[in-house]
Design a protein around this ligand. Structure first.
Ligand code: ZN
Ligand code: ZN
Length: 470
């Protein structure tokens, strides 16, 4: 299941355009504005269509031509902006669009229906179950009751629903906005669902007396605890907080707080693929200070469970090295598990869930050469030592290609300078080049980093396909 978040913000977005509070000012300074919440599932099914969606999709380079199911949670204008039906009706030969939502929400489409346009409206209510046909199979949908109403006669809020969705590949998503703490009936209805991904609202942050049908940093952890108690959220569930507003603390603080109860925020545009193993191995290669570690970490930051393997070892007698390691550590999310080891092969073999980020292979190779005592040119034992190093490189490549979990591997490009003056320097340069070429062969994709910029290299999969046809 591939879910792209086209918006992660509240009705007003974050920052609120009229507000100069610290939370808005910090968010504004990052340039990472958050549009109204909306998610796209496997390119074919949309959850909510708010007023900012069309623009968000276009900015992200996404076409919505394949979308032919839209599930609406409720009729509030940040979730349902019906005028898109008009622009859609200007495009011919699109497939029939199925629109689902509670009754008052669906009635908002009344004035926008072109009798000629292929659109079917479906009214849903809690406990309904239906199947949405997509190009790749069937998506199963269960409708759950939200707790969005708060007694002021707002019909859109009172009828609001949430969606429990099983994608074509069997992965499960809980789409939970807008809602306050879930009722015991709703919690019970998702018993043992073991969701792969939960998108849950976190509108009000540290404001606890808002008296609205939304969650805040006091009620969200209680709701998550309820979902954990019935096995709806488990250790393997990726919990993403969205519908974020400026009532939340600045992002760094929010990230830290959410990590405390097993949730995370992501930026608008983030793609979450619940099939981590579908990512295979990603190689990030670059010179010193090229930005390779930062880029690899940003790739990993979109994954739910990350183990970070630092190959540098402890080096207790080297303060400059320690300072570097600490700077790297402070950059990484606290939810990541860190391992410090030069035994990369064992770490990959032992890795049985989530994403393993390895930084970096040049330190691994240094360690292998140290152990083989291969740095000096010594005609008598030379070949035997190099054979041992070669065998270890082959073992590494074999373990990587057999790993069923996602790997992100950082490695150094060291072959672009002048020819090293020493035997050891030349040996290392050559073996690093050989190792990198082998790693690229077993990677699904590779990125070359230069001057902080990313240059995607041709992925291996299409090359194999070409060979197969040749
Ligand atoms: Zn909303
Ligand atoms: Zn609402």
């Amino acid at each position: 299941m591939k879910v792209q978040l086209l918006g992660t913000g509240s009705a007003d977005g974050w920052p609120n355009p009229f507000c100069d509070c610290g939370s808005c000012a910090t968010q504004r300074a990052t340039g990472l504005a958050r549009a109204a919440s909306c998610a796209l599932l496997d390119e074919e099914l949309l959850l909510d269509w708010g007023p900012t969606l069309a623009n968000s999709a276009s900015r992200l380079g996404i076409s919505l031509s394949k979308v032919h199911h839209i599930l609406f949670t409720h009729g509030h204008p940040d979730h349902l902006a019906p005028e898109f039906l008009l622009w859609r009706s200007w495009i011919k030969d699109l497939r029939t669009l199925h629109i689902y939502g509670p009754p008052h929400a669906i009635s908002r489409f009344e004035h926008w229906m072109d009798p000629e346009a292929p659109v079917v409206l479906h009214v849903v209510q809690p406990d309904d179950e239906f199947t949405a046909r997509t190009a790749s199979g069937h998506v199963k949908v269960r409708v759950l009751a939200a707790s969005h109403g708060h007694g002021n006669g707002d019909l859109f809020a009172d009828e609001a629903v949430l969606y429990d969705i099983t994608s074509t590949d069997g992965d499960r998503l809980l789409y939970a906005t807008d809602t306050a703490a879930l009722s015991s009936t709703t919690v019970e209805s998702v018993r043992d669902r073991n969701f792969n991904l939960v998108l849950i609202e976190e509108t009000f942050g540290r404001h606890h007396s808002h008296g609205t049908g939304h969650l805040d940093l006091a009620t969200l952890p209680i709701t998550l605890a309820d979902l954990r108690a019935v096995g709806a959220v488990t250790g393997s569930t990726d919990v993403v907080a969205f519908h974020l507003s400026h009532h939340n603390p600045p992002l760094a603080e929010l990230t830290h707080e959410l990590a405390g109860f097993g949730a995370r925020p992501v930026d608008d545009g983030t793609v979450i693929d619940t099939r981590a193993s579908a990512f295979g191995c990603t190689l990030v290669i670059g010179g010193a200070r090229s930005g390779k570690s930062t880029f690899a970490e940003s790739l990993a930051s979109t994954r739910a469970q990350v183990t970070y393997l630092a190959t540098g070892g402890e080096r207790l007698n080297d303060p400059e090295w320690r300072a570097r390691v600490l700077a790297h550590q402070s950059r990484r999310p606290t939810s990541w598990t860190t391992i410090e080891s030069t035994d990369v092969v064992s770490a990959i073999r032992a890795h049985d869930h989530g994403t393993l980020l390895i930084d970096c292979m040049s330190l691994w190779l240094t360690h292998v050469l140290d152990k083989a005592d291969a740095w000096e040119s010594d005609p008598a034992e030379h070949q035997g030592k190099l054979d041992r190093v070669g065998a270890q490189i082959r073992e590494l490549v074999q373990v990587i290609s057999a790993c069923p979990q996602e790997l992100i591997i950082v490695t150094n490009e060291v072959g672009q300078g002048v020819v090293p003056p020493t035997y050891a320097g030349r040996l290392f340069r050559d073996l690093m080049g050989i190792t990198n070429a082998q790693l690229a062969k077993v990677s699904s994709r590779a990125h070359f980093m230069v001057a902080g910029q990313v240059l995607p290299l041709a992925s291996v999969a299409p090359l194999l396909t070409k060979d197969a046809h040749a």
